[in-house]
Write a protein that binds this ligand. Structure first.
Ligand code: COA
Length: 385
């Protein structure tokens, strides 16, 4: 063991041999099943890219239609799950609500089927999770706020229906397009903490529901998916405390206190621009007129970006523009991270299928820096058995 490398946070460690996706930092490309994610996001819709991840190829027209029908047919929740959502306390975090809801739908699978780790079983169960997750997240939000449920509309596409359930009205063309781009950009990203967590879980031959539930818990954290909410909260905090003129000083002050500015930096990109952020930033000017304070928020956004590059050499990651866009689309902030998670389910399905196809249990070792050779003494108290 002595000559083995220890890398805190597994930085730089290869954890899997995968055909799902790869961050090619040198060529500034995110490769998804052989395609460039940014090109996919510009040319295809979210369900098409989800299909590519789950089934391995871009769908034909008929297969795409069939897949979309499958997604919308399964989007509805059972009455008992709706009842469960209505029991959630007002203070409940929506990622916790989503985690609980996904756990609950696992109980609706046949117990033997749940144990099945074949490609077909993982695909079927995965698509059920993908279909229901937006309905769970959005209606947990409505239930917590005392508002009525909004049921999915089977006549709408995946992204349109997702937005419709959030806002209770048919979204306009630009909103639909921007929201679909955000979902597609979030869909898959090689081996982030949540994907690693999911692969670790199913490497015990546990089921896909457990993997997605574990990924929800991981993605909730502010160093991961929670950054989109945190990033927009920083912008709003600056807006409320003094606006554009004070933005630079607020950020300098935070940096001097060694605070992290959410939405900046990335374990893999660190000194390069995240291509997803590059694509999404372009949509912000199209939406700034939707809010009276839109222009000011965008000026603060640009100021923070400038200061972070100058002071820390750090670029925005995808959460920075995604948080801003979701806010301009007037989506409630507590839904930002659940939206990221719902999109990422397609990537998680692909990873679970791959892990189960060629499984080896994850079981790393440690560097032990604790004490040794201690012994209980006669005076050591013994608690009742
Ligand atoms: N704000 C301020 N400083 C940052 C920073 C940020 N967002 N991200 C990294 N840094 C600094 C660290 O303070 C550290 O500086 P130091 O060497 O002077 O101490 C250096 O950059 C390296 O940071 P480290 O935490 O070791 O890198 P990491 O690979 O573990 O971190 C993240 C990656 C994503 C966790 C980190 O960039 C971060 O916390 N970002 C903010 C949260 C976020 O946006 N997450 C979404 C990621 S998609």
């Amino acid at each position: 063991m002595a000559d083995q490398t220890f890398s805190p946070g597994l930085d730089g460690i290869i954890a899997a041999d995968t055909k799902v996706s790869y961050l090619d930092v040198d060529h500034e490309q995110i490769i998804i099943k052989g395609y460039d994610l940014i090109e996919l996001a510009q040319k295809l819709s979210y369900p098409d890219v989800a299909y590519l991840l789950i089934h391995g190829d871009i769908p034909t027209k008929d297969k795409a239609k069939d897949f979309c029908n499958k997604l919308s047919r399964q989007g509805e929740l059972s009455i008992d799950l709706e009842e469960l959502l209505s029991l959630f306390p007002k203070s409940m975090n929506l990622m916790d609500a989503l985690r609980t809801g996904i756990s609950f739908i696992a109980s609706q699978e046949d117990p033997d089927f749940l144990k099945n780790t074949s490609i077909q079983a993982n695909t079927d169960m995965g698509i059920r999770i993908l279909s229901k997750a937006p309905t769970i997240a959005v209606n947990a939000y409505h239930a917590i706020n005392g508002d009525p449920f909004i049921h999915p509309d089977v006549n709408m596409g995946y992204s349109e229906n997702f937005l419709y359930m959030i806002q209770g009205k048919h979204p306009d063309r630009i909103s639909k397009e921007v929201f679909d781009r955000i979902l597609t950009c979030y869909i898959e990203h090689e081996m982030p903490n949540s994907t690693f967590a999911a692969r670790v879980i199913v490497s015990t031959l546990s089921d896909i529901y457990g993997a997605v539930v574990g990924a929800v818990a991981s993605l909730k954290g502010p160093l991961h998916g929670g950054a989109n909410e945190a990033a927009v909260n920083t912008i709003l905090e600056i807006y409320e405390q003094g606006g554009v003129d004070g933005a630079e000083n607020v950020i300098l002050d935070k940096l001097s206190k060694k605070e992290r500015i959410m939405g900046f930096g990335h374990r893999v990109y660190m000194r390069k621009y995240d291509p997803r952020a590059f694509l999404l930033t372009k949509y912000i000017p199209k939406l700034i007129d939707r809010l009276p304070e839109g222009k000011d928020l965008y000026s603060i956004y640009l100021t923070i970006e400038k200061v972070m590059l100058r002071e820390k050499g750090l670029y925005p990651n995808m959460d920075y523009p995604a948080g801003m866009l979701l806010y301009l689309l007037q989506i409630p902030i507590p839904l930002f991270t659940p939206i990221f998670l719902c999109s990422r389910i397609a990537g998680l399905i692909a990873h679970v299928i791959e892990q189960h196809e060629n499984n080896r249990l994850y079981r790393p070792r440690v560097v032990y820096s604790g004490l040794r050779d201690l012994h209980p003494t006669v005076n050591t108290p013994i608690s009742p058995i």
